[in-house]
Design a protein. Structure first.
Length: 480
RNA sequence: UCCUCCUUAGCUCAGUUGGUUAGAGCAUCUGACUGUUAAUCAGAGGGCCGCUGGUUCAAGUCCAGCAGGAGGAGCCA
């Protein structure tokens, strides 16, 4: 018989039909003559109830049906006589595929802390919470490709191993096949990377943007969606050493087109989650509520998860310049009362987390796009404004998460780009290919980077980025 | 990397101003129960109180160091 799955069965009213089903036991409740098993196979957050007539199954066999065990059953789909579910399965035959020794199996039908589950990341897929998160994660990956495909964008794979250390986006992981115990040395006594696999120093990519620009300057609209590696010693709930980033890059787009696209994309993704992951979102919302029950009222989030998603969907993002933001912050209550750890006085300072949070969570209470930052605090490739002081950067700031997107219109003018590279001491020779893109058929173009796991934080309402990626890589941790 | 906090049973936690045999709930095991919903009821087993050292008649409790974890900051997506 062909096997079915829990999701299909729960949606079915095709009663009294024989079915075959496999999955993992979540809980078992027994009494003298009847046993109930909640079975889950990952197809949905919901379990289906299996009903065993205890007199028809050997006690020994039923005893192996414990939390975490994998079983296969044949049975009849019935309209349920009990409360709490519309249908259930009267089991006719049982096969225990894989036992789970209850003395050893760490997951119980009870609440576990996220920290504990992180330590058993190989098993946490089997919990309701992580089942929901990773189903949503899949849908978001799919939705991103859908969004760009529908708009005529082309996905390109940019290199994961790169020789350019000029991307300027942080510390990099070295890639080498040299013997670390005894590396070859040159005449100066330094490590001779000419003898390394690629004949030069190479690292894992910190961004696919520069290569994506090359694609955009021929295919017009492209995007990358790949792994990204940063060797920063960041120990926060918002940073990973290995994460996934979406980087669209568009020819003939100015900063405003860029912002429009970013806002449209984020809203599309939120709507996609609401339309396709409602059960899982509802579960996560209830989980959050239970979590916050023990917290003081002022610390609780003021909006429920689904409400919050709708709120972002239904409101325009605020768009203001860095200069306007500085004015707001300078005249803000916390600044005047010296409540900021870093007071805002002069134009030109970089905004701290507390400032971004004030703007998003207190002042505007909705997502904010900040533009036109001082050129000193931004990357070399951003388009310089006429004022000579600012660049056409844009950062999309979300509540709780902070910067979810960072992007800009790119500098397409050859001379301006070269001057900026000189100022920032970026070696022109190594970057000849990037400069060539401005020498031949250069056009105005723009792009941005979306941190996929930060999007996941927002969609799922989770608090720690380590809980929205299956196997997080962070400083001092590469387990599993 | 910096600051703050945490580490007690398989899990989640309590443990008073340092004071005899260290507690609870859940899980596990045994038994009861004719449909349960994280079932319920009765009973049982289960602890180098993170590690090392110190103070003290006496340390889960105080002090120092180390390890692991969390929150915040910086770096950024």
């Amino acid at each position: 018989m062909k096997k079915t799955n829990v999701k299909e069965l729960l949606a079915s009213t095709n009663y009294d039909q024989e079915i075959k089903l496999m999955g993992w036991v979540r809980t078992k409740r027994t009494s003298k003559n009847v046993a109930f098993v909640a079975l889950n196979d990952g197809s949905t957050i919901n379990n289906i109830q299996l009903v065993f007539d205890a007199t028809e199954f050997p006690e020994k066999e039923l005893a192996k049906v414990t939390t975490g065990a994998a079983i296969s059953v044949n049975g009849i789909l019935k309209e349920s006589v009990g409360a709490g579910q519309s249908s259930e399965i009267t089991v006719k035959t049982l096969e225990v595929l894989g036992e789970a020794d209850p003395d050893e199996y760490p997951l119980q039908p009870k609440r576990h802390s996220l920290e504990f589950l992180r330590e058993i990341a190989h098993l946490r897929f089997r919990t309701n919470t992580f089942g929901a998160i990773f189903r949503i994660r899949h849908h978001m990956i799919f939705a991103i490709h859908n969004f760009f495909n529908d708009k005529g964008f082309f996905n390109i794979h940019t290199p994961i191993i790169t020789a350019s250390d000029a991307e300027g986006a942080g510390e990099m992981f070295r890639v080498s096949t040299l013997d670390p115990e005894n590396p070859p040395r040159n005449e100066e006594g330094k490590i001779d990377y000419k003898k390394d696999f690629f004949g030069r120093e190479t690292s894992l990519t910190v961004s696919g943007q520069l290569e994506a620009e090359l694609g955009a300057l021929a295919l017009s609209n492209v995007y990358t969606f790949g792994p990204t590696f940063r060797a920063e010693n960041s120990n926060t709930s918002r940073h990973l050493a290995e994460f996934w980033m979406i980087e669209p890059e568009m020819a003939f787009y100015d900063i405003h087109d860029n912002m429009d696209l970013a806002e449209e994309m984020l809203k599309y993704l939120i709507k996609y989650a609401l339309d396709n992951c409602y059960d899982d979102l509802l579960f996560l919302e209830q989980r959050l509520e239970n979590e916050e029950k023990n917290m003081p009222v002022e610390k609780r989030t003021d909006m429920k998860l689904i409400e919050k998603l709708h709120f972002v969907l239904d409101n325009d993002f605020v768009r203001i310049s860095y200069t306007e933001a500085i004015d707001i912050l300078r005249n803000s209550k916390p600044n005047k009362k010296k409540k900021f750890q870093y007071p805002v006085n002069d134009w030109g300072v970089d905004l701290q987390s507390e400032h971004e949070r004030y703007l998003v969570e207190k002042h505007f209470q909705k997502p904010v796009i900040l533009t036109d930052y001082p050129s000193e605090i931004k990357a070399f490739y951003m388009k310089q404004n006429e004022d000579g002081k600012t660049v056409r950067a844009m950062d999309v700031l979300f509540p709780q998460i902070g910067e979810i997107i960072g992007g800009s219109q790119r500098e397409e003018n050859l001379e301006k780009l070269r001057n900026r590279m000189k100022e920032m001491e970026i070696p022109e020779k190594e970057m000849f290919w990037y400069i060539d893109s401005r020498r031949f058929g250069s056009v105005p173009h723009s792009g941005y980077g979306l941190g996929f796991e930060r999007l996941m934080l927002f969609i799922t309402g989770m608090g720690n980025i380590r809980d929205v990626i299956p196997f997080p890589r962070t400083p001092q941790n590469a387990e599993f």
